[in-house]
Design a protein around this ligand. Structure first.
Ligand code: FAD
Length: 388
């Protein structure tokens, strides 16, 4: 270890795992504190979207950490959107002219585990069952709690890097210290996950190399393939109105909705009623924050800084780009002497905040396109013409 300095990451999720790897590879001494248990031992307990679309932005960041090969080994390629429309039937809308422009479906749990192995291999120290509870920014001490036994541990830090997700405890601590301007806008729509299992022969039930969409105007279903030949189906519905999660509440309600609006999917989801009743409704919102750092003592990245709705499939991709940018700015502030962390955090925020805002806006716009416009024959024709 060249001893560039010590950094403490809060959260060993997707951004935390990648950032720890990049920083440790570049010679920083890194401690990572994660509130959950080690998923490599206890199994993944993420509780949100089982698979994710990995695009070139995210892949580029994984390449920088040398983790792309291990991730792609278990990923399923998606060459376009397979639109299941009520009038036109199934239609594949390619993402590019050929398979050089594709996205990848990856398992959140496997990706997280790959990144934790990479972080540890690079020399980062991982501490599990350690939830950030409070921060004393003057004394530079953070308090962590082990929720399995209630034990509290104090940790002295040089700087805290907040990769602790949309409900970030570090963001709350920074906000109460420095009065950040925070706005959280709920989309008014939620989601629920269901599963399409493999066929009796162990094969995919529908086209494997596509992101499937059933657009239905104000709501929609999507399905992404998993490498064990299942699909994770996500039903997006408004929280109020007709239909909505307010009136589609039971398995029987869900079956009736599917029989009416997603009839071709019904035979493929044998456990529809049970899955619907046992899986929670996830909520969706956009987080707008006017500042991401507190001088050289703390900085936020990923969902902790800019949570967004998932319709561009870019939350993780954007979080991965943050990791590379932050590692680059930290390196640039170093020049062999004591690193100027405040300058690095400021430069990181200046570069990434406008990008995050742009992606957040695109993600909101894309919900309209996915649930409605991809079902519009004129729109499809126009898109195909533009591509030629
Ligand atoms: P997280 O992945 O949430 O990780 C935060 C980590 O911090 C967790 O491990 C958590 O346990 C830990 N933590 C939390 N609080 C504390 C604490 N107090 N102390 C210590 N540790 C703590 N993005 C894409 O790019 N493509 C997609 O296809 C896509 N699909 C999505 C579908 C859905 C339904 C949803 C909800 C999101 C989707 N996203 C997608 C977005 C993506 O999930 C997030 O942007 C990404 O997980 C952000 O990574 P993160 O590391 O910032 O946060």
């Amino acid at each position: 270890m060249s001893g560039k300095g010590h950094l403490t990451i809060v959260g060993a999720g997707l951004a935390g795992g990648l950032l720890a790897t990049l920083l440790a590879q570049r010679g920083w001494q890194v401690d990572v504190f994660e509130r959950r248990g080690d998923p490599r031992v206890k199994g993944y307990a993420g509780g949100r979207s089982i698979n994710l679309a990995l695009a070139e932005r995210g892949l580029h960041a994984l390449r920088a950490a040398g983790a792309d090969g291990a991730v792609l080994d278990k990923a399923v390629m998606m060459r376009g959107r397979m639109v299941h429309s009520l009038d036109v039937g199934e239609q594949l809308l390619r993402y590019g002219k050929d398979d050089s422009e594709v996205i990848w479906s990856v398992s959140r749990g496997e990706l997280n585990i790959t990144l934790l192995h990479a972080a540890e291999r690079a020399g980062a120290k991982l501490h599990f069952d350690q939830r950030l509870e409070s921060v004393d920014f003057d004394a530079k001490r953070a308090m962590f709690v082990d929720d399995t036994d209630g034990k509290r541990t104090e940790h002295a830090f040089t700087a805290l890097l907040g990769a602790d997700g949309a409900g970030s405890a570090l963001r709350a601590a920074m906000k109460s210290r420095a009065g950040f301007d925070e706005r959280i806008e709920s989309l008014g729509h939620g989601y629920k996950e269901l599963e399409i299992p493999p066929t009796a022969d162990g094969d995919f039930r529908i086209e494997a190399n596509a992101l499937h969409i059933w657009p239905r105007g104000h709501y929609m279903c999507i399905a992404l393939p998993n490498d064990e030949r299942t699909f994770t189906v996500t039903l997006f519905l408004p929280l109020e109105g007709e239909p909505s999660f307010a009136n589609v509440r039971t398995g029987a309600d869900a079956r009736a909705l599917f029989q009416r609006d997603f009839a071709d999917a019904v035979p493929m989801i044998p456990d529809l009623d049970a899955d619907f009743e046992s899986n929670p409704v996830g909520t969706l919102s956009t987080l707008y924050l006017d500042r991401w750092h507190l001088d050289g003592r703390a900085v936020l990245l990923g969902d902790a800084a800019h949570a967004m709705v998932p319709f561009h499939g870019q939350g993780m991709n954007c979080a991965f780009e943050d990791c590379v940018a932050l590692a680059d700015h930290l390196d640039a502030s170093h020049d062999g002497g004591t690193p100027d962390l405040a300058q690095a955090f400021e430069a990181f925020e200046r570069e990434r905040l406008p990008n995050a805002r742009a992606i957040q806006a695109m993600a909101l716009e894309n919900y309209l396109e996915m649930r409605a416009r991809v079902d519009d024959a004129d729109f499809l024709l126009q898109r195909d013409l533009e591509r030629e």
